[in-house]
Ligand binder design. Sequence first.
Ligand code: F6R
Length: 616
Amino acid sequence: MCGIVGFTGTRSAAPILLDSLKKLEYRGYDSAGLAIMDTGLIAGNKPEGTITVSKVRGRIANLCEKTCDGELLPGLTGIGHTRWATHGAPTEENAHPHLSNDGRFAVVHNGIIENYLTLREELIADGYHFESETDTEVIVHLIEMYYKGSVRDALIKTANRLSGSYALGVICSDEPGKIYAVREASPLILGIGIDENFFASDVTALVNHTRNVIYLEDGEFAELSKESIRIFDVSGQVIHKKTKRIMWDVQAAEKGGYEHFMLKEIMEQPGAVKATIAPRIKNGKVEFDELTDLIPYLPGIRKIIITACGSAYYAGCAGKYALEKLCKIPVEVQLASELRYSDPLIDEETLVIVISQSGETADTIAAMKECKARGAKTLAIVNVVGSSVATISDFTVYTWAGPEIAVATTKGYTTQIAVLYMIALYIGDSLGRIDGDYGKMVETIQALPRRIQQAIDMNPGIPAFAKKYHESKALFFIGRNTDYAVALEGALKMKEISYLHAEAYAAGELKHGTIALIEEHQPVIALCCNPSIMEKTLSNIVEVKSRGAEVLALTFRSNQKILSVADDLLFIPKVDALFSAVIEIVPLQLLAYHVAKENGCDIDKPKNLAKSVTVE
Ligand code: F6R
């Protein structure tokens, strides 16, 4: 997904922007570019304010090579971009920054301008010439059109013409030393330095330079020079906003000795789940200070809808069982991309739980807005503080997973489920509906970080299984009930990073069609961690084995029946099945990781995928 950065100060801008762009590489991109303004104060041989643009297709490394690590672009002010193609192919022409026809403005943009075709026709009729196929280019020509000596006025008038989502970075050759930022439905953060200031679409691009930041909100504009930051609204009124301090450790955003971010993040799960759980358990009770205002609404809630995309959706599938059992409220889990267009039966008696690691997923935001418009209360489970989902929802519970860099989520997913378990206990207890041993359940949850570590330690055989299975044509994951929910995520992890065809099936469905696919040596990964349904899954294992399948079963060490029928085994420690999904997924994450490694895949940045899906 696209990333934007901006810098103004007393140091050479290009190397700083290149470094910040590298920090955004994890988001996925296909081209990159810089626009640097010559301030005439350092060895540029162009008049003060001249904007020079350099763009490449492919990696930031190509941009470093093309610009001699930025040396060929002298200047103290600039903007940069990594592009993930939406409108127009990933070419150098379509890469950002885009220049106005008079060369006075350069613009970088994240998001999508929905009315760009109409605007493009209008601008062409007015004599503007387009160099690219992008939706972004209309922005820079509109700014040129509206510019009558005040960049601020031109930006406000331009923003009034745009529909869609945008985070913009703008420089103007009439104002050397200034960078402008505009936000509407796409993240943008200002970084405050000493004699220098920054902006970026993601804090990871800022933390090397500053930890003091301001989160822009929708409809806000910022004018940054090396000494000052001014923020204003659509009417041009100045706004005063609070500075926040980023507590993330720089090391936390780097690989910390592991070969890949994904492996590091898998290994961080005991700590991430602990950080998420521990502050919310006080004196043997689950407490959410952030949910106290929700309590009065709970007796009137007749239905819970969980909505999310991808792994976050699968986290919802896994958490549904605990919510239904402990709260005695029916729970539906719906894909946000479906829910938003489904004219859903949602009203004031519905609690909508929205799950998103990034908090910026376009479909999830749209689904949440739809639910709010129908009167539902929305409760978001989010990892990124100040993100759009967190800002829009009525209630927000943060997962404290820390920054997740690998595109495939791991600790994001497990911390989401941990929060769902605790919300189930919290709501169930508030409503007085828990009929099991509440104290024991809290203890089970408190032990989850330890159990995750055990699940990591119990499976030294995973690299060998990866060698055995990595050339398979397809992998089938089967399970029932809570095991099926985890199978869905296990299959997604496998396909997205190893590019193997992997599918999850509810084990009881095999005989309704899928079993036709089972042939000699077909690997089947069978999840058998739910004692209430184990005998049934065992019959399914026997069914596929009798058709020649090789079964890799995931179960407890004491599960003699499964041990005697499976070909290979993955283990987890024994945990109440209602709360075991966060443990079960861990060996499957490691299996996907090692299969991808065997297949030589780009594990942290799988092809065609982006970390934060901010467009529909
Ligand atoms: C898969 C993965 C995606 C995300 C999905 C939602 O590993 O990461 O499926 O889970 O794009 O993203 P968030 O949680 O940021 O809303």
